[in-house]
Design a protein around this ligand. Structure first.
Ligand code: SAH
Ligand code: SF4
Length: 369
């Protein structure tokens, strides 16, 4: 059997893997064994799965395989950040970023080849959109990064204890693949991450925030970027469909269902010099968020060649921060990491081929429903 007609087991969360082994006439516990080999020991060759009987090893290797996307390029930043460009087939590349910070490390994962939302300030958006990533390609990024860092503790590189779906793409347009991948991140037989340490970030796809809440409990981050609809629509075109009020209402519904958020959501706000960074806009933001339990993450704009927006001054960032603090909010200004290797927020471009046209992208049901 050629690899194309075989099944990549990285596409299966635990439940699906159990069904798969049962379909082979095997007992459920085989799924547990396979899952542990893949995600806890990094084993991809069935012949090395020593507690699995030989005939089953052979059967598995005839119909299935285990493969994460291959690394095409690795860039190391002076600050310890590592960016990998991974092969998504057909000449497409997706990017994954490892960000060590003190005794923790975060992995920033991509969910689509490019992005159709086309936010005014984002390099990924400027790249256009090609397709959704498969579950195997999403969890495969965590697997691949872990294999570089070491499945067994590595004194030089921190293990990944935090995953953010903040790489290329809009995760809520790819729920069918993103949710099983997040289930594997949380599963004790998988990467065993805490649900508070798996964060999905969205530009605000309202119906899918509700769907997400019915499917899984993880931390939610909303990319707001503006205190009012008029400005937000200019920055995030999706706001025409789902305005700020509809997003904040969906957030309230999500947070009431979720434990992972400890009752509050993260609001991301990219600060763009002279566009959305004035103290007056900070006050307006405080008013807009007055009834939304949240912590605010300020992200100074990271420049890139596809955008004429400018980084805000340190003074502007500090003033904006202080206004929100004075209104009683918890606020964090995100440190810029890995910008020397274009690995910072909004700088991920990968390689997106055969893009859908902009208008088609924005009106296509496939990407917007
Ligand atoms: N599509 C999702 C997740 C990926 S983007 C979303 O938009 O939420 C992750 C975060 O990076 C978002 O908050 C996004 O607005 C921000 N971002 C995009 N471009 C940026 C840039 N050039 N500088 C700083 N942050 C940026
Ligand atoms: Fe897409 Fe997020 Fe970039 Fe907007 S900010 S274009 S939603 S990746």
């Amino acid at each position: 059997m050629s690899e194309e007609s075989k099944i990549n087991l990285l596409n299966f969360d635990y439940e699906a893997l159990e069904k798969f082994v049962e379909s082979l006439g095997e007992k459920k516990f085989r799924a547990k064994q396979i899952m542990k080999w893949i995600y806890q020991f990094g084993v991809t060759d069935f012949a090395e799965m020593t507690n699995i009987k030989r005939d089953l090893q052979v059967k598995l290797s005839e119909i299935a395989y285990i493969k994460a996307p291959e690394i095409k390029v690795q860039n190391n930043s002076a600050d310890g950040t590592i960016k990998w460009a991974l092969d998504a087939g057909d000449g497409q590349l997706i990017e994954t970023v490892y960000i060590p910070d003190g005794d923790r490390a975060t992995l920033c994962v991509s969910t689509q080849v490019g992005c159709a939302v086309n936010c005014a300030f984002c390099a990924t958006g400027a790249q256009g959109y090609n397709r959704n990533l498969k579950t195997s390609e999403i969890i495969g990024q965590v697997w691949r990064a872990t294999s570089c860092i070491g499945f067994t503790p590595n004194p030089k590189l921190r293990a990944i204890d935090n995953v953010v779906l903040m790489g290329m793409g809009e995760p809520l347009f790819n729920l069918d693949n993103v949710v099983p991948a997040m289930k594997i991140m949380l599963d004790d037989l998988g990467f065993g991450l805490s649900k508070r340490r798996v964060t999905i970030s969205t530009a605000g796809v309202v119906p899918n925030i509700d769907k997400l809440g019915d499917m899984i409990d993880v931390a939610l981050a909303i990319s707001l970027h503006a205190p009012n609809d008029e400005l937000r629509t200019k920055l995030v075109p999706l706001n025409e469909r789902y305005n700020i009020k509809s997003i904040l209402d969906a957030v309230a519904r999500y947070v009431s269902k979720s434990n992972a958020n400890s009752g509050r959501v993260t609001i991301e706000y990219v600060l763009l010099a002279g566009v959305n960074d004035s103290p007056k806009q900070a006050k307006e933001l405080a008013k807009t968020l007055a009834n939304t339990p949240c912590k605010i993450n300020l992200i100074p704009f990271n420049p890139h060649q596809d955008s004429s927006f400018k980084k805000p001054s340190i003074e502007a960032v500090n003033k904006f921060y202080q206004v929100l603090i004075d209104h009683g909010f918890t606020v964090v200004t995100r440190k810029t990491r890995g910008d020397d290797i274009k690995a910072a927020c909004g700088q991920l471009v990968g390689e997106v081929k055969n893009k859908m046209k902009k208008i088609a992208r924005f009106t296509s049901n496939e990407v917007l429903e």
